[in-house]
Design a protein around this ligand. Structure first.
Ligand SMILES: [Zn+2]
Length: 181
């Protein structure tokens, strides 16, 4: 098990704009990030269906999350789902998760426990960043628990992407090795 994930800068036109006013991307992002998704992806605002919550999480039993994913995949038949985290996230922290409770806290604690040994080997300054990346991968795994999502992936009409935004450099990167195509 490794927690040193590889990233690469997001290429221009990573997801091509269709120049249409119907969403082709479900964007799952964090609500304490002020990043502007459509600017990062260089696509039209109308091409995004955006779901935000604390820590860009997909939690079992979260009805808002569940209906949005199903509506996007089955109803709108989006072609992409992006899970975008951000370094410096106040919710997704390796060291302290003060103020959180319930399923949000449980899920983050379980993820931290699974990788604790590896995370603790990293320098302090890298632990939160690594945990943000691990959380993105964890939510990508959660996405694949939806039969609607796995069916669409199997049929080759849906792709899942993990991205991470760095507000200090204003750059967005793609997590490597986790794509489903
Ligand atoms: Zn955040």
């Amino acid at each position: 098990m490794t927690v040193e994930l590889l990233t690469e800068p997001l290429q221009a036109n990573y997801i091509h704009s269709l120049q249409q006013v119907t969403p082709q991307i479900l964007w799952i992002g964090c609500c304490d990030s002020n990043s502007k998704e459509s600017t990062m992806l260089d696509i039209l605002d109308d091409e995004l269906l955006v779901l935000r919550n604390l820590g860009n999480m997909i939690i079992d039993g979260d009805l808002s999350c569940e209906i949005t994913i199903k509506y996007a995949v089955v109803g709108l038949q989006v072609k992409h789902i992006v899970v975008c985290g951000h370094y410096g996230c106040h919710t997704v922290k390796a060291v302290s998760r003060d103020g959180l409770n319930g399923p949000w806290l449980s899920k983050l604690n379980a993820l931290h426990s699974a990788y604790e040994e590896d995370i603790n080997q990293l320098p302090l300054c890298e632990r939160d960043r690594s945990f943000v990346e691990l959380n993105i991968l964890d939510q990508m795994r959660s996405l694949r628990k939806y039969p609607e999502v796995t069916d669409a992936i199997t049929q080759g009409r849906l792709y899942i992407h993990g991205l991470v935004y760095d507000s200090q450099t204003e750059k967005i990167s793609r997590l490597l090795g986790q794509q489903n195509h």
